[in-house]
Design a protein around this ligand. Sequence first.
Ligand code: CU
Length: 119
Amino acid sequence: MQMKRIFVAALAACALFVLPRIAFAHAHLLSSTPAANATVHGPDVAFELRFNSRVDGRHSVLTLVTADGRTEPLAVGNQSAESNLNAHATLKPGSYTLRWQALATDGHITRGEIPFTVR
Ligand SMILES: [Cu+2]
């Protein structure tokens, strides 16, 4: 009887721990501006990354990688929606990669890269 009670308690604790993680999936990138491999007009480039779940703009990271491998942090601006990350940059013509790291509300971090060209 005692063992069964412990087992039920352990199961309940496990469900409490696991369920929120299922309910709030981590952030998958749905689409972006610029889109991957797109060519955009400079010098003003607006970035918008759209995710399938809420993301924490203050703890997400956007980094621009230039063709010669230099990295520049981008300030995450006001989010156009709770599931979006937004930023701006003034860019010369060339190839770039936007490296993103998104913190979802479930505490999970996802990462990805969006290569694009400015002309
Ligand atoms: Cu997750």
